[in-house]
Design a binder for this molecule. Sequence first.
Ligand code: 13P
Length: 341
Amino acid sequence: MMDLAALNQVAEKMVAPGKGLLAADESSGTIKKRFDDIGVASTEDTRRDYRELLFRCTDALRDHIGGVILFDETIWQDAADGTPLIRLIEATGAVPGIKVDKGTRPLPGFPGETVTEGLDGLGERLAAYYQRGARFAKWRAVIDIGAGIPTRGAIKAGAHALARYAGLCQAAQIVPVVEPEVLMDGGHDIGRCEEVTRLTLQTVFEELYEQRVALEGMVLKPNMVISGMASGRKDSVQEVARRTLAVLKAHAPAALPGIAFLSGGQSDEEATAHLDAMNRMAPLPWKLTFSYGRALQHAAQHAWRGRRENVAAAQTAFSHRARMNGLASLGQWDGSKETAG
Ligand code: 13P
């Protein structure tokens, strides 16, 4: 039987004041791309060594990270000394989570659009992940902006799958992180991003309602409202913050314990500055925090470059970004904190 009070407690813990989520759930294909950038071969051992390095940033995880999203391989992996990686995370007080979608495939009849797969057998997979210690999950729908897209049909298909996933998670006593990502690739302006993000969130919450998902027991992971990277436009921090908050206030019910943004290709400092600016626009009905992949790990990966002698520098780089984003989740960051000890 689903225990909503317990789900709510886990969700609140994930977005506790000053904390956010570390998205370390890159699929094998995505982590290979990241490792290619730093000249590291992607093998089971290098992936393990890299993730172990992050999860051994004990102070940073304890102080700034409410939850860590893992990929299937990682949740079953052991550290070099034989300790399961998931136990390292639990020991810091951060909640372990698991990416359960199986990625996107072309949506038939909708040229240029995709739908996320992975619902078949999901109930059984969730039960196994719960046994292993996962207490939340993640599923990402992808909405691309381009000529004639997105269509309502594709947005609805993605939102329906998200809602089915979320319902299955709650039945398995796992908090769903619901991630509808409107991509920031593309040449569109911020107004177009706003329009598509509004329609996407409205559709997602309609589907969540119809699938009887309890909002108190989930976390929303949205994109920010921002101009496409290929547009050549640079929005001010204030405009991104103002437009993103307006969209969320209109489309994300106050019953949600928290909203944790993806970084989506923003630079490390932009992602921090945007989050900080929004939290300075308090009071807000929900916790507003980060669930960053690239914006938390980029500096650490480049400091590491696969070399044992760089592990400490990589850990310092990761811990710094975790602290900066923790401050931003409280509206207490400013540029001077980037260089201050
Ligand atoms: P980025 O912060 O790198 O966008 O990754 C977050 C994530 O989990 C995307 O699914």
